[in-house]
Write a protein that binds this ligand. Structure first.
Ligand SMILES: [Zn+2]
Length: 246
């Protein structure tokens, strides 16, 4: 009986610590080396990015909010969502946003071999190109799980690995005012901000992005008042200056 209680308490503590780790810590910090996570730029420019879409429910709402705010963003799309929702993917492209590659099935590629990585990225690239007409050389690995040999392989394919410097943690469903205040306190020039237009804790679809939709107008207004300009990741990279201290 005592052993059973101890096992139960141990599992409870591990689940609690694991949850706290995911909510309060950004694992992407551990794999940033050799990736683009923030751009050294002399300009007060930043990039909004949205992962895991397109979603028939949330992407149109996010597009509407971005359009009203008058800014462009970068959408790291999951290949099979592009395949399933081609008209939404085309809408993102038609409205002038940048499209990046987030893999075909949102698989963690940490233990993929070279051929598997190539297939995952190239097939997603083909689906995005066939459906939207867009090509991209920006890849964002699901969950930012990477190791050196994988980074080398992706770079050898001519891709940038794009992570982020500021994580909205919008998947936790914090209230939008909290998200905006959290980001506004920390934002610096050249930052890449992570949001999601699909996905939840357990799957690539099915999440509630209502707080993300509400955060957009507040965030854009607040940060523009602070002098920041919102651009796509590609535009941010075009302003890159390695001599700039950040
Ligand atoms: Zn993702």
């Amino acid at each position: 009986m005592t052993i059973a209680i101890n096992v139960f308490i141990t599992i409870f503590v591990l689940v609690f610590l694991g949850g706290a780790f995911c909510v309060f810590f950004d694992q992407a910090i551990l794999t940033r080396k050799g990736t683009v996570y923030r751009v050294r730029t002399p300009h007060k420019k930043i990039a909004l990015t949205f992962d895991d879409g397109p979603s028939p429910e949330w992407t149109p709402k996010i597009l509407k909010a971005l359009s009203k705010a008058g800014i462009k963003a970068t959408f790291f799309m999951v290949g099979h969502h592009v395949y399933n929702y081609p008209q939404i993917a085309r809408q993102v492209a038609d409205e002038g946003h940048e499209i990046g590659n987030h893999g075909y099935a949102h698989s963690v590629i940490l233990y993929y071999n070279s051929a598997e990585i190539e297939e995952e990225i190239k097939y997603t690239e083909k689906v995005i190109k066939d459906i939207t007409g867009h090509t991209t050389n920006s890849f964002r690995p699901p969950k930012a799980w990477l190791r050196k040999s994988i980074k080398d392989k992706i770079h050898s394919m001519g891709y940038n690995i794009v992570l982020w410097s500021l994580n909205s943690k919008d998947w936790v469903n914090f209230k939008h005012q909290f998200i905006v205040n959290y980001l506004a306190k920390r934002v610096k020039r050249g930052d890449i901000l992570l949001f999601h237009d699909s996905g939840n804790v357990l799957g690539t679809e099915g999440g509630d992005r209502s707080q993300t939709v509400l955060a957009i107008p507040l965030l854009v207004k607040k940060l523009e008042n602070m002098g920041f300009e919102f651009v796509t990741v590609k535009e941010l990279l075009d302003t890159k200056d390695e001599n700039i201290q950040v």
